[in-house]
Design a protein around this ligand. Structure first.
Ligand code: BG6
Ligand code: MG
Length: 216
């Protein structure tokens, strides 16, 4: 199969922002008297901001009107922004920049497919924006992963068919989203958690696109 497009998730694939999401959500949870652990934080990976807060409320067995939920989400995002706007380029996950440089040189079309509404801020901060032909993120999708909307839109904007695209994802919801539209899914992380992926790699260090295509 000839692959022409690569669609990257952002959080957990390009940069480890989970720790910043965690400390920001933990502050909100504490304010509400909810115990929120790092293990609980795993459940928020790949999940939208509002759904993340709903999960935290479920953990704390709390309920709250929607308008108030939105206010807490805004507060969390202000905290999160205060961390990510201080991120350094050395927080890009190992091998990512080199991999992006290599695939661009080889002529692949490259897109971002993320649930985050902060993706442009993060890419700019890390000086990675130039590598992406298109960005589809939480600001222009309606349905969250595992719905395939984000990747379908990505392929469309790259003017490619789904079959020509490979998705890189660290969350199970993202792998499911890729499969739901017939794309190959490469899991970034450990096989146990990403068993449904077509291939799982620990990260991009020392990996080439040829290694990946040969294994699919
Ligand atoms: C995903 C993260 O990429 O984006 C989730 O994995 C996060 O943890 C979601 O909740 C939404 O991000 P943001 O930046 O719009 O709050
Ligand atoms: Mg992710």
């Amino acid at each position: 199969m000839a692959y022409n497009g690569l669609l990257f998730d952002l959080d957990g694939v390009i940069v480890d922002t989970a720790k910043y999401h965690y400390i920001a959500w933990k502050e909100i949870a504490e304010e509400l008297g909810i115990t929120f652990t790092e293990k609980d934080n795993e459940r928020l990976k790949g999940v939208s901001r509002i759904r993340s807060f709903e999960i935290i409320l479920e953990i704390g067995k709390c309920s709250m009107p929607e308008t108030e939920q939105k206010l807490y989400c805004e507060k969390k995002n202000d905290l999160y922004l205060s961390y990510i706007t201080k991120m350094k380029e050395n927080e890009i996950l190992p091998g990512v920049r080199e991999f992006l440089e290599d695939v661009r040189e080889k002529g692949y079309k490259v897109g971002l497919g993320s649930a985050s509404k902060n993706s442009r801020i993060i890419l700019d901060r890390l000086n990675l924006r130039e590598f992406f032909d298109i960005i589809v993120d939480g600001t222009n999708i309606i349905k969250a992963k595992p719905d395939p909307e984000v990747f379908l839109k990505g392929a469309k904007e790259l003017e490619l068919s789904a079959k020509e695209c490979i998705v890189f994802e660290d969350s199970l919801a993202g792998i499911k989203a890729a499969h739901a539209c017939g794309m190959m899914a490469v899991g970034i992380g450990i096989r146990k958690l990403l068993a449904e992926a077509d291939l799982v790699i620990p990260g991009f260090e020392g990996i080439t696109i040829e290694d990946i295509e040969d294994s699919l």
